[in-house]
Design a binder for this molecule. Sequence first.
Ligand SMILES: CCCCCCCCCCCCC/C=C/C(=O)SCCNC(=O)CCNC(=O)[C@H](O)C(C)(C)COP(=O)(O)OP(=O)(O)OC[C@H]1O[C@@H](n2cnc3c(N)ncnc32)[C@H](O)[C@@H]1OP(=O)(O)O
Length: 240
Amino acid sequence: MCTLEKRGSLFVITLTSEDDEQHRLNPTLLSSLLNALSQLNSQVTAGTALVTVAHGKFFSNGFDFRWAQAASDQDGARHRLRHMSDSLRPVVAALLSLPIPTIAAVSGHAAAAGAILAMAHDYVLMRGDRGVIYMPEVDLGITLPDYFSAVARAKISSATAARDVLLRGVKIRAKEGMEIGIVHSAHDGAESTVEAAMRLGAELASRKRIGDAYAEIRKSLYPEVCAVLGLTTKSIVSKI
Ligand SMILES: CCCCCCCCCCCCC/C=C/C(=O)SCCNC(=O)CCNC(=O)[C@H](O)C(C)(C)COP(=O)(O)OP(=O)(O)OC[C@H]1O[C@@H](n2cnc3c(N)ncnc32)[C@H](O)[C@@H]1OP(=O)(O)O
């Protein structure tokens, strides 16, 4: 599950888990995330921002393998994995379409689909003492959905860094994440990461930017991701 709350000028989505702190992206959490983003979008006004947080050792450890493996056979497990992948796709599309700034406070590990969820935000703030951003698929022998690769290519600053993340499965800590462009800033400890995310969110919200234009400019930054997600773009001139 996740929760959505308004704290002053900020919408805060908190990833939660029923049984452990991995915040695995299973159908329940994915559906809850999509509902939260839809609800947020209906309430959004200029002067707000989204901060996504998770508590404990993980931001999110990716899709829920236990749920997939609970299927009756391998084929069923694969179908469940595809179901989770198909369910994360609209969440990423919704994040890229939000008419407000979005920030992920990565105060724990963000792996696989969890890393893609974090990178789908405009800003990733990450704790520097614990936690890695890690794409294990190459180690698992699982190919990436098209939108995973598109998000990674859009957000990682160089081809060699993208190769290291996706083909070498390197575990990226906050400092390295800043060097390759996926982390905005590094912070000491979970609490200061979340506090910094809230401060940045409030600062960005205070600019009261025109939401539709903000969303369209964000989409113009990532044409390949938008194409893969089927997101269209339009021109806006709010006022001249
Ligand atoms: C119809 C059928 C068609 C076919 C099927 C189609 C399918 C289509 C869809 C396919 C989808 C593909 C994409 C898949 C996406 C997924 O999400 S799959 C799920 C993937 N998830 C995983 O595999 C989980 C990955 N996670 C991990 O491997 C680990 O949890 C972790 C993230 C690596 C963390 O490991 P852990 O051991 O728990 O870490 P820690 O103990 O916290 O740390 C390890 C050591 O590292 C030190 N450390 C950590 N962070 C830091 C830091 N920032 N700075 C310094 N040191 C750090 C930490 O101290 C530990 O060190 P020691 O204490 O010395 O051990």
